[in-house]
Design a binder for this molecule. Structure first.
Ligand code: UFG
Length: 330
């Protein structure tokens, strides 16, 4: 059985669904701090007897004991974390406590119950302000916010836990994750929503909140920030490959998950207009603190070592995200 922490959230639920489709037994552990009960209900329906849900908190050792005890957990995929950069700057305690201490608790229970493989959601935010584009895994890691620091700290802890306790890890450093399940069974729900694509798409509905472009005087081709948008289903495929890699005796390692290509906020906006066939109200607003101008992944390492091959286009991501928004707004 595979343990998926944070499986009621956006990315974790896509992973749980994929594992279930591959006929794996899955247990999701989540405290619903940012996850959703409806997502768990969908996973139950899809996974039937192969799916189990355990409501619990990584900061509660009793919850973790009850989770690991009497279950045959072969490997862990660890998504559960807070992930908003801006919030982490205002409330670092929340990020360090949940993301770092929560991960230590999880790793310690893995030790105690002899589970020796983990795939971890890391982030491009561990690199900080990029010195070269595209960003390779060897790029220095100097995060510029507590969120990035919390993830980098866990990456370092994982190195030490391998050295001392032989727990093997794969850390996947996500760039900008986009899109959702092709069949629209699950999707992205954040409250508040801060991410670019869902925010543009939400502006197409009745209440028509004007979409804000955060800054148009960056040093980029059209003045707006450039990001590397990776489709969530492609991203999840890398997690499955990472599990297989570890099962086959792979060593502890880390990989970027991105497409090697960047798109500006304006380009994304234009593509959203095309996909939705709607005029979307927008305005230029102030820059958001801490947004680097350009983030693009060099993804060669994941391709070479994991055999990963992202296939979906940006159009696919926006299309599936829009189908999901349409379903939510019915
Ligand atoms: N943006 C807008 N308007 C919006 C929302 C976003 O103009 O309403 C812009 C942002 O300024 C940025 C780009 O769109 O230039 C993408 O913003 P997102 O919030 O969608 O994504 P980020 O690049 O800020 O964040 C992502 C992940 C974080 C991670 C970060 C750094 O969501 O978890 O990359 O790697 F920390």
């Amino acid at each position: 059985m595979i343990l998926v922490t944070g499986g009621a959230g956006y990315i974790g639920s896509h992973c749980a669904l994929k594992l279930l489709e591959e006929n794996k037994k899955v247990i999701v552990f989540d405290n619903f701090s940012t996850g959703h009960i409806e997502t768990i209900e969908t996973l139950m329906k899809e996974g039937k007897d192969n799916f189990e849900f355990f409501e619990g908190n990584l900061l509660n050792l009793n919850d973790l004991d009850a989770l690991f005890k009497d279950r045959n957990i072969e490997a862990v995929i660890h998504f559960a974390a807070y992930s908003l950069v801006e919030e982490s700057m205002k409330n670092p305690e929340k990020y360090y406590r949940n993301n770092v201490i929560g991960s230590i608790n999880l790793l310690d229970k893995m030790r105690q119950y002899n589970v020796s493989r983990i795939v971890f959601s890391s982030t491009a935010a561990t690199y900080g302000e990029p010195k070269e584009i595209p960003i390779k895994e060897t790029h220095p890691q100097n995060p510029i916010n507590p969120y990035g620091n919390s993830k980098l700290t866990v990456e370092k802890i994982m190195d030490d836990y391998d050295e001392a306790y032989n727990i093997k890890s794969v850390r996947l450093r996500y760039f900008n994750v986009a899109g959702c399940d092709d069949k629209t069974r699950i999707g992205e729900i954040h409250n508040p929503e801060t991410h670019l694509i869902p925010n543009i798409l939400k502006s197409t509905f009745n209440n028509k909140k004007t979409f804000k472009i955060f800054g148009d005087d960056y040093n980029t081709k059209d003045g707006t920030c450039i990001r590397d948008y990776i489709n969530v289903e492609d991203l999840i495929n890398a997690h499955i490959l990472a599990l297989n890699y570890l099962s086959a005796g792979g060593k502890t390692d880390f990989f970027n998950l991105g497409t090697n290509e960047g798109n500006s906020v304006k380009e994304i906006f234009d593509l959203c207009t095309k996909v939705t066939n709607k005029e979307i109200p927008f305005e230029i607003a102030q820059k958001r603190a801490g947004d680097p101008a350009i983030l693009i992944a060099d993804n060669k390492k994941a391709k070479e070592i994991l055999g990963w091959n992202p296939e979906k286009t940006l159009y696919d991501s926006i299309k599936s995200a829009y189908m999901w928004e349409l379903k939510q707004n019915k």
